[in-house]
Ligand binder design. Structure first.
Ligand SMILES: C[C@H](CCC[C@H](C)C(=O)SCCNC(=O)CCNC(=O)[C@H](O)C(C)(C)COP(=O)(O)OP(=O)(O)OC[C@H]1O[C@@H](n2cnc3c(N)ncnc32)[C@H](O)[C@@H]1OP(=O)(O)O)[C@H]1CC[C@H]2[C@@H]3[C@H](O)C[C@@H]4C[C@H](O)CC[C@]4(C)[C@H]3C[C@H](O)[C@]12C
Length: 394
């Protein structure tokens, strides 16, 4: 786990960027964390009165201000904050911000440079725009879920990675950066309507574009990349772990067979679909004879495209990942992935501090954004804002 000395760190790519992230569930917090990891000054606007538990586990590098948006002075305070911000990320369903008097027309009239990012499941328009939903609903509506899952099993959503994070938080961050670049030429902000349905659909463009290639002609779970092919699959090892096989090209498939001790001359053609089920059984019986470590000893350093299926603990400690410092450990000894991608001159330098408590930085943030101590005192006495200064470790 690398720690860079302060002297060696050039300014990060997004330093100086002021972002307000209204507290939401998983997708928007990832978007805010990405920007914070690459240097942005991200303020998470939490609800006041504080909810019992901070649900944002992606608070790295952020500060927290607790503000009641439902009361006019609270909404007015956010309008003032947006006057001094570059980006606003709002994670609510369509219409909520307008109801609070904080819609784009208001905030972008007061700050025409504001990038107003609206991260939703279904987008700002359309039949479902005001409906609740979660990752699985968005992946389903995008069409992608129909492609996921093994033969004769129900479609399967891989945790909440595809819509919440890939098609949601990451693409919203991309949209913000694109709008920021455009603003360097126009001087103007714009609204980003980040629908997770469309985000995951966009990311699945390869699936759409390859429909006519003949690699999806068979039912779900019987195709080249969806667990149909024996050479694109996972296999259990004798110690109950797994190996991942991705030997698609003939030259890599040849090395796979060699590592398994098989002679291709005595086997069906690699692309003989009808033989795939039997080939899969044969590979499974061979992989079951050795431990994961033994298979790594056979395949590491070859082009057989065979890798161990690692647990989180094993992934963080795997030699390759350690050589690249792909995982970091923060001051609380929590391990998590290093920000990606790795920029050569201005890499992300993620905070190693704990995530912020709700309302921990309310006062300092308001002072930074130009509120006077009297104004802050008034907001506090009216319970529009909350402070949550942790006890100093004496
Ligand atoms: C960790 C679990 C989540 C995993 C990810 C999951 C799989 C997802 O897919 S998350 C993606 C969800 N979808 C979106 O984000 C798309 C856009 N958003 C929405 O569609 C909606 O926000 C919604 C459907 C997600 C939620 O709808 P809701 O009606 O709740 O909210 P909105 O309509 O958006 O309106 C917001 C309202 O809030 C008001 N508001 C906002 N900010 C403020 C403020 N600062 N001050 C005052 N008021 C504010 C705003 O005005 C709106 O008010 P109105 O409605 O009156 O207009 C987690 C999934 C479930 C969690 C657990 C659960 O919640 C129970 C416990 C709760 C406890 O507090 C913490 C522990 C829990 C066990 C909790 C733990 C985890 O968080 C979960 C498991």
């Amino acid at each position: 786990m690398s720690r860079r000395s302060a002297a060696a760190i050039p300014a990060m790519a997004l330093s100086g960027l002021r972002v307000l992230e209204l507290a939401g569930l998983a997708p928007a917090p990832l978007c805010g964390m990405i920007l914070a990891d690459f240097g942005a000054c991200v303020v998470r606007v939490d609800r006041a009165p504080r909810s019992a538990v901070a649900v944002d586990v992606q608070g790295r590098g952020k500060r927290s201000l607790a503000l009641d948006l439902k009361r006019p002075p609270g909404a007015a305070a956010l309008r003032r904050l947006c006057g001094g911000a570059d980006v606003l990320i709002e994670p609510f369903r369509h219409g909520v911000m307008e109801k609070l008097g904080l819609g784009p027309e208001v905030l972008m009239h007061e700050n025409p440079r504001l990038i107003y990012a609206r991260l939703t499941g279904f987008g700002q328009t359309g039949k479902y725009a005001k409906s609740a939903g979660h990752d699985i609903n968005y992946v389903a509506l995008s069409g992608v879920l129909s492609k996921l899952g093994r033969k004769s099993e129900n479609p399967y959503a891989p945790v909440n990675l595809l819509a919440d994070f890939a098609g949601g938080g990451v693409l919203c961050a991309m949209g913000i950066l694109i709008a920021l670049y455009e603003r360097t030429k126009s001087g103007k902000g714009q609204i980003i309507d980040a629908s997770m349905v469309e985000g995951i659909a966009y990311i699945s463009s390869f699936l759409w574009k390859t429909q006519s290639l003949g690699i999806w002609n068979r039912p779900r779970g019987e195709n080249l990349l969806d667990s149909g092919a024996p050479f694109y699959e996972t296999y259990r090892t004798s110690d109950g772990k797994f190996m991942a096989v991705g030997a698609l090209e003939p030259q890599f498939y040849e090395q796979l067979l060699k590592g398994l001790g098989l002679d291709s001359d005595k086997l069906p053609d690699q692309l003989s679909f009808s033989d795939w089920p039997e080939m899969k059984k044969m590979f499974a019986s061979i992989f079951a004879k050795k431990t994961q470590a033994e298979w790594c000893h056979i395949f590491d350093g070859t082009d057989a495209c065979v890798t161990p299926v690692l647990s989180f603990d094993d992934a963080a400690s795997h030699q390759h990942n350690k050589q690249r410092s792909s995982f970091i450990k923060n001051d609380q000894e929590e391990i998590s992935p290093r920000p990606a991608p790795l920029l050569s001159r201005t890499p992300a330098v993620p905070s190693l501090k704990r995530d912020p408590f709700i309302g921990e930085h309310t006062e300092e943030i308001l002072l930074e954004y130009g509120f006077t101590k009297n104004e802050i005192a008034q907001l506090y006495s009216d319970k529009i804002i909350e402070f949550n200064k942790p006890k100093a470790n004496l």
